[in-house]
Design a protein around this ligand. Structure first.
Ligand code: HAM
Length: 420
């Protein structure tokens, strides 16, 4: 071991487990690629101001959890704590919304950083795969995203997740509700910090996990009773589309998300096998964010699914992903001459697209076969001086144990044919 360790709240992805992470990322991206979403990649850091304005000054993410720093040039930057503000910033900057039909549909996959208290499922560096549909107000778009996430989780074999759905109203009805809620909350017996939260972000108080707070919240005004006609109709349509698609969800009027940009549809995917960090993904509509960033009105909706927590959820359900062996053929040379010849075969196989590896380091046959076995390769190619003198190599099927001498000149074609 070296004197260095991964920083607190982070961990390394190493083989073989890292293959599961890749497979999860791919499984989440697959339905998006199949539904008109184009890949977007933005920098790992942005101006602090983008997140302060986008995610919200009063949120924990911005006020407590941001890795913010000043560069030598005096710019105030932060490692990205989430993707939505960056993706919208990039779309606005490139005028994507002016270049074709709306919505602009984008997906992304990457690392995000939050200075949170580390625990199982909560890290300071984590991965998300996300999707944003920018510039259209259409309940079918909200439904599409929820359906695609559901499909992604199911394709991985997850079953014990639930979809929580809510509407947070819009700039017309939410302020009325906010005031009613503040009136109610001000009458409760709460600590100083929570009292401050009532004035800044009262909806977050509903999310307080402490039982002494929850007890007092019984009888709080419900947002559902305050939704305006347009928001109610929009929400009913999202619900109807989901039901029509056979996607099961739970109405959860207590669902308030930790980011300020949400309007109308909000949702969270929770997994019951994860303990307190149960949200494996979340998202919603953010109709006002573009204007908050100085852009035109671009009603939008999106989500991000946490890769780390999805992997934990798979473990909790005991789901083993079928990950094909990364090596199909393993070549074992016996002697110097064979090493040169088989190395050539390996290179030609790889050019043919056959995943091939080689016994490096001049090991003996026994040690090399052990490595071949461990590689999961379906075939090994072994050759010694005598084989080469006869112009053949030994091709062994590791599944059946059967072994044949194959002319050296034919081995690439033979292996490729057997594998296809
Ligand atoms: P979020 O709910 O903050 O939403 O994060 C989405 C997911 O990222 C969470 O459900 C969780 O799985 C994962 N995640 C968040 N923080 C951590 C952490 N510290 N450790 C491990 N996993 C974590 C957003 O980020 C929004 N940008 C989603 C969105 C996109 N809304 C609209 N478009």
């Amino acid at each position: 071991m070296s004197t260095f360790q991964a920083p607190r709240g982070t961990y390394d992805l190493l083989p073989p487990d890292s293959a599961t992470y890749l497979a999860v990322r791919e499984a989440i991206a697959e339905p998006l690629k199949n539904s008109g979403y184009g890949y977007v990649e933005t920098p790992g850091f942005e101006s602090v101001e983008l997140f302060a304005r986008g995610v919200g000054e009063s949120t924990d993410i911005v006020s407590k959890e941001m890795y913010a720093f000043e560069t030598k040039g005096g710019s105030k930057l932060a490692l990205r704590p989430e993707g939505t503000a960056s993706v919208l910033r990039a779309a606005l900057e490139a005028n994507l919304h002016k270049q074709g039909v709306l919505p602009v549909k984008l997906w992304y996959s990457g690392s995000y950083y939050r200075y949170e208290k580390p625990q199982k499922g909560r890290y300071r560096h984590f991965s998300q795969v996300g999707a944003e549909a920018i510039g259209a107000e259409d309940p079918a778009l909200d439904a599409e995203l929820i359906i695609l996430a559901d499909q992604a989780y199911r394709s991985l074999g997850l079953r014990q997740f639930r979809i929580l759905l809510n509407s947070l109203g819009d700039q017309e009805c939410r302020p009325v509700y906010r005031e009613a809620l503040q009136g109610f909350l001000r009458g409760l017996d709460l600590d100083e910090e929570t009292r401050r939260r009532i004035e800044i972000n009262p909806l977050r108080v509903l999310d307080d996990k402490r039982s002494e707070v929850q007890k007092q919240l019984v009888g709080a005004p419900s947002l559902r009773d305050y939704l305006c006609e347009a928001c109610r109709a929009y929400h009913d349509e999202v619900r109807a589309l989901l039901t029509g698609a056979g996607v099961v969800f739970e109405d959860d009027e207590k669902l308030v998300r930790g980011l300020d940009y949400y309007t109308r549809t909000t949702f969270e995917f929770v997994h019951d096998g994860l303990g307190s960090q149960s949200a494996v993904g979340g998202g919603g509509r953010y109709d006002g964010l573009s204007e908050m960033l100085g852009g035109p009105a671009l009603p939008s909706v999106g989500w991000a699914l946490g890769v780390d927590r999805t992997v934990l959820a798979l473990r909790a359900e005991g789901v083993e992903l079928e990950i094909p062996a990364s090596t199909s053929v393993f070549a074992v040379p016996l002697g110097e001459e064979a090493r040169r010849v088989l190395f050539g075969v390996v290179t030609r196989l790889r050019k043919e697209g056959v995943a091939t590896d080689f016994a490096y380091g001049g090991r003996g046959l026994k040690g090399a076969m052990k490595v071949a076995n461990r590689s999961g390769a379906r075939y090994t190619i072994v050759a010694g001086e005598r084989d080469l003198a006869e112009g053949v190599v030994q091709l062994k099927d590791m599944e059946s144990g059967e072994q044949n001498a194959i002319p050296l000149a034919d081995v690439v074609a033979e292996v490729a044919a057997r594998l296809s």
